[in-house]
Design a protein around this ligand. Sequence first.
Ligand SMILES: C[S@@+](CC[C@H](N)C(=O)[O-])C[C@H]1O[C@@H](n2cnc3c(N)ncnc32)[C@H](O)[C@@H]1O
Length: 194
Amino acid sequence: MPYSEHPEHIAYQNSLREIFKRIEPRPKNIIEFGTGEEGLSSTIFLEDKEVVRVVSIDIEDYSKLINDDRWLFIQQDTKKIVLPTNNLQKESFDLVYIDASHELAQTIYELRMADFLLSNNGLILLDDLIPSSPDSRQTASGGSAVPVEVFEAVIFFLRGSVANGNNYWFAFDPRNHGWGFLKKAPLLDLQTWS
Ligand SMILES: C[S@@+](CC[C@H](N)C(=O)[O-])C[C@H]1O[C@@H](n2cnc3c(N)ncnc32)[C@H](O)[C@@H]1O
């Protein structure tokens, strides 16, 4: 399993592990956008022996990174995914982790895919919501990622999802690079008065 010695990677994995452990109900089927060259998040999810499947998608080829039967790597540009596909069926995942390009339009697209893929009790988790110093990691199209775009994407997504009859609770945890949580909550429940 890939574990990195880099202090930033250790802090990131510790923060993700701590958050992941607290998610209830426990996610069994997980999908992530953005495998990364170290596969740090996949590694954390696979630490939980109750996890059945981790599907990890990246534009680069990281297919040899992790040797675990529960891990399925798909090399694809998330912009080019058309749902549903064989391994990506409606409501078939209970955790969607978004950590790919961090670009505004693409993250909105990934959020819409997450909405399609997510089961009723599911959770969308996003990394890098805090507008800190420019990220040294490179995006697929070159140039550095601007983390604030992820926050903007969440706001766009929330407006759209209400219009489509869905509602999501949004929560934010400022630790590490800023975690975002989107949990499905039917609008009807919110509008019930007694
Ligand atoms: C921040 S890294 C992911 C880190 C990973 N989650 C981890 O914990 O190790 C972002 C990844 O997104 C990928 N990526 C960027 N643009 C993409 C796109 N359009 N489609 C798919 N993957 C993309 C990059 O190749 C990179 O590996």
